[in-house]
Unconditional design. Structure first.
Length: 137
């Protein structure tokens, strides 16, 4: 999936600003998809041009106005089509796995420490996923 499709997905959960969308990428998607403002804002601009989203400037007290995006019916349909048409490929790039390939070249204490850190990371990810199930935009 591309950034545009994932933005549609986030907007399917509710209206959101670019910042709020980026937070979803940082939180919910961070373990499998990386995107920053440099790709999210152009994607939102394109979605708006295509009629898949609308944008409203919302005034904020003592802060600049923010753009809040809303998913259109055409955008929801495009997202549903993308979900139906996307092959569920699974690719992972892992420095951890590369290090394991060369673990025989590392001191045993470093390998043990690396494995313990990986277990802690996985436990943190599981806790984070549990927390996300309670969050709604």
């Amino acid at each position: 999936m591309d950034v545009k499709t994932l933005c549609l997905g986030v907007l399917s959960m509710g209206d959101a600003s670019g910042y709020e969308i980026r937070k979803v990428f940082e939180d919910a998607f961070s373990h499998f998809y990386v995107a920053g403002f440099g790709s999210i804002y152009p994607a939102l601009a394109e979605l708006t041009r295509e009629g898949y989203a609308t944008c409203e400037n919302v005034e904020q007290e003592k802060r600049p106005a923010k753009k809040v995006y809303h998913l259109t019916e055409a955008g929801l349909e495009a997202f549903h089509n993308a979900l139906a048409d996307t092959y569920p490929s699974h690719r992972i790039r892992s420095d951890f796995m590369v290090l394991l390939v060369f673990a025989h070249l590392l001191p045993p204490g470093q390998v043990l420490s690396m494995l313990q850190q990986r277990v802690a990371d996985i436990e943190e990810t599981v806790a984070h996923i549990d927390d996300l199930s309670l969050i709604h935009i």
